[in-house]
Ligand binder design. Sequence first.
Ligand code: PLP
Length: 431
Amino acid sequence: CPKNGGLKGNEQCDKAQNATLSKALVGAAMKNRIVAIDSDTCDAGDEDAFFVADLGEIYRQHMRWKTHLNRVKPHYAVKCNPDQQVLRLLEALGTGFDCASKAEMDQVLSMGVDPSRIIYAQPCKTKSHLRYASKTGVKQMTFDNSDELHKIKGLFPDAELYLRILTDDSGSLCRLSQKFGASLDTTRELLELAHRLDLNVVGVAFHIGSGASDPQAFIKAVQDARFVFDQAGELGFTMHTLDVGGGFCSETFETMAGYLSEALDAYIPPHIRIIGEPGRYYVSSAFSLACHVIARRTVTDPTLGTTSYMLYLNDGVYGNFSSIMFDHQNPIPRVLSIGNRYLYGQLNNRDGYESPNMVEYSIWGPTCDGIDCISQSCSFDDVIETGDWLYFEDMGAYTKCSATKFNGFSDTHDVVYVSSEPGASAIIGMI
Ligand code: PLP
């Protein structure tokens, strides 16, 4: 993702100011929390890793979405990070929600959200979850195969159906079309079956893959969606909505939104409602994670005469760094504190920073598994010891939602909330 893709000069300036304020708040919140922890005397778990979430970031992402993609109504993909405060803020901002399961629908509905704001965007549904959708009135849902149409006919014949089509997701971080999506040579057959079963197909859905980088994929998907709209029209359906899925990432948002908007204007008539299912775009940058250094191993190389260190943290790939395995992420370690010195904001070699005193580290998680490695190599100016703290930015997407209890470590971690945006603070105050 190229930095600042498509941003105008004044937008870049605002972005820099917002980032400075956000970092100041996040750094202060981390410091406040860790000064209260004495790892020599604390109870087990008091020194656990914790998040700091700047809800102002999420508010700004929403405003940015409205500026650049106003025709598309976002339905936040809950799977990405089902944090309750995030959902409450987005609910207040008026987004819809993309839910993948009964638990996600339940979480959103229990906040008082009207079922019409939810899309059950799972083409292959569990029957009992589908019955729950029927009972609670979550009518909008996707499908991509004939078995699913028969299932829906039996359990929820009044559902509002979106035919999910295959996309070219080869340029994305997480490919989804290997698993979901009807190819264009099967869509007529599926629509004919839906017609025979007297089902209500109201739209087309696609997803160009999570963490997408190729704008051409959006253009092709919109063209294909138009093809299916025309097919459905010939069969007597009056479809009214296109769901453009997720895949947006913050770094390239303006560029991708530009291509998508042009394609929508070219191929999709203005009376068609457009929705999207962004996940990582909303939450990735809002969450930072602070981790405690629980152990250190010194590694000397007598031949080269070098000393490096292996640092062991109290969070790893089986915990909030699950994003390394499942989301192909490469989180960058940063120093939060060394003894009583707070070094929030210090750069390391992975930021391009170099100095003659650099010390090399590899960073590991707390479990007994050898694959539990967060970073094979990074360098800082300082010697880090057991008891110090590191932190990682951009930890909001596909992290805590897929953490496990492996080796008996906790799968839930505290979140300290801050807000660098008055608009978000006002809403949070009302919650
Ligand atoms: N919608 C569906 C159906 C998905 O499967 C996903 C992610 O897997 C999303 C939306 C969110 O994607 P992203 O976080 O890339 O925006």
